[in-house]
Design a protein around this ligand. Structure first.
Ligand code: ATP
Length: 445
């Protein structure tokens, strides 16, 4: 994990937030390449979940909702983690995750294991951030920053049903920031206080819920493989009844083998009719499906939920590689080309050669209309290749002496380091095709 954190910092993927003031726990700012990679992940999710389907619509609901939403959903009463304090070192821990935490005095031990540890009894701590809406602070102005995007979908169920004229099975997908006052944040992008969720609520007749639940577990698993995650690092884990959230009748996590061990990447839950029933009771609005023949029922809900941040961390971990090439160490991010922040680098071999620079710049101008590409003429060519390897750029086009003679360029492949020549005029199409091709990591499983 340290290597990933340091690469992200060095190459401007991720910065600790408000760093000049000493930072703020588990909050990060994304720099240029981080933004580009996140955009790609968001677009790939949206393409699969919405664009390429007949049964899905999009939504972008507000972050601050009427606080009654969170009473109805059970979050005010039950969105808690068990918290313990250590009277000796004054640190706080999640009582159910002590085996993942370090003792404040003896970091090689877990809290409670060292002779000086003095842990309190566990008490429940609500993870929702509170705020106040309007000029007056008081009970009546209390509001919450949403801890999940899902509730914004449930409270819009009727709007979508009527206006988008949908009939189960259908889904509503949403991407946006969620906030949780996590007790033991840490582990970089894995557990943050502010993160970007991608959630989809799929509404189905109750008798079909189990079958759709299985369908979404498989679909989501396949999505990660299609983006090149190694299958040996991805697994499905069914929750025991005791682990499941208050609303869920079945949950399967897709777990990735992060440097901290197997941990939840995405959760797929069968939420039953819990949410629609709760909001019907609390709001008085009947959140049910009424068919043309008068049939009426409350749909059950299947939910795949994930954050872009945990996906990005999994991709970075899976992609990070070091190897020796020509007696020098090369650090390379073997990201799927569609996830990679920059798709190609355009490099004039000799920066002082005006003809090479002209050709390279005009290729750059042409390619950047369709893709994120980078022009670089700073330093020796080997150094420039290595800079691109570190940010995971899958292809580099080099303009050299031969280009000036026969209008061809060299294309270098990040993974195999193979080089071949292409006609300059065909580079744009070649790149478009290369980004569409299936890709598999050369890293061993
Ligand atoms: P955990 O048990 O790790 O706290 P959770 O079961 O509470 O996670 P869910 O409520 O199921 O998480 O949230 C759905 C998804 O949102 C998770 O699978 C994860 O991808 C993402 N997520 C949840 N909390 C965070 C966080 N603090 N930072 C980054 N991503 C998060």
């Amino acid at each position: 994990m340290d290597k990933i954190v340091s690469l992200c910092r060095r190459r401007g993927f991720v910065f600790p937030s408000s760093e000049i003031y000493g930072g703020i726990g588990s909050t990060y700012d994304y720099g240029h390449y981080g933004v580009l990679a996140k955009n790609n992940i968001r677009e790939l999710w949206f393409q699969t979940m919405v664009q390429e389907r007949d049964d899905m619509v999009a939504l972008d609901s507000a972050i601050i909702l009427n606080p009654r939403v969170w009473e109805a959903s059970g979050h005010v009463g039950g969105f808690t983690d068990p918290l313990v304090d250590c009277r000796t070192c004054k640190l706080r821990f999640r009582a159910d995750k002590l085996d993942e935490a370090q003792c404040g005095r003896r970091p090689s031990k877990h809290p409670g294991e060292y002779s000086e540890c003095d842990l309190t009894e566990a008490r429940q701590f609500n993870l929702m951030f509170q705020t106040h809406v309007g000029a007056l602070e008081g009970e009546s102005s209390l509001a919450y920053l949403r801890p999940e995007t899902a509730q914004g979908i449930f409270v819009n169920f009727k709007n979508v049903l009527q206006i988008a004229r949908r009939k189960p099975p259908f889904g509503i997908a949403q991407v946006g920031k969620s906030f949780r006052n996590e007790i033991t944040p840490g582990n970089f992008l894995f557990r943050m206080r502010e993160f970007e969720q991608m959630e989809m609520e799929y509404f189905v007749p109750s008798q079909d819920a189990e079958q759709w639940f299985q369908y979404w577990v498989e679909e989501r698993f396949r999505w990660y493989l299609s983006l090149g995650l190694r299958e040996s690092r991805l697994r499905k884990r069914e929750h025991e009844a005791s682990e499941r959230s208050h609303y869920s009748s079945a949950t399967t996590d897709l777990e990735y083998l992060y440097p901290i061990g197997w941990s939840e990447l995405e959760g797929i839950a069968n939420r039953g009719d819990y949410d629609l029933t709760q909001h019907t009771q609390h709001s008085g609005a009947k959140l049910e499906f009424v068919g043309e023949d008068g049939e009426r029922y409350t749909p059950h809900v299947i939910e795949p939920a994930v954050s872009i941040d945990r996906i990005l961390l999994a991709f970075l971990v899976d992609a990070y590689d070091e190897e020796i090439v020509a007696e020098r160490q090369r650090t390379v991010l073997r990201l799927h080309p569609r996830v990679a922040p920059v798709k190609a680098a355009i490099l004039p071999l000799i920066a002082k050669n005006a003809d090479m620079v002209d050709r390279a710049r005009s290729l750059y101008q042409e390619l950047r209309k369709g893709q994120i590409v980078e022009y670089d003429d700073g330093g020796a060519i080997g150094r420039r290749y290595r800079r691109q390897d570190e940010i995971g750029t899958p292809f580099a086009f080099t303009i050299d002496d031969q280009t000036l003679e026969d209008d061809t360029v060299t294309v270098r492949d990040r993974d195999s380091l193979a080089q071949k020549r292409l006609p300059l005029a065909g580079v744009r199409n070649w790149l478009g095709d290369a980004l569409e091709r299936p890709w598999q990591t050369p890293k061993p499983s």
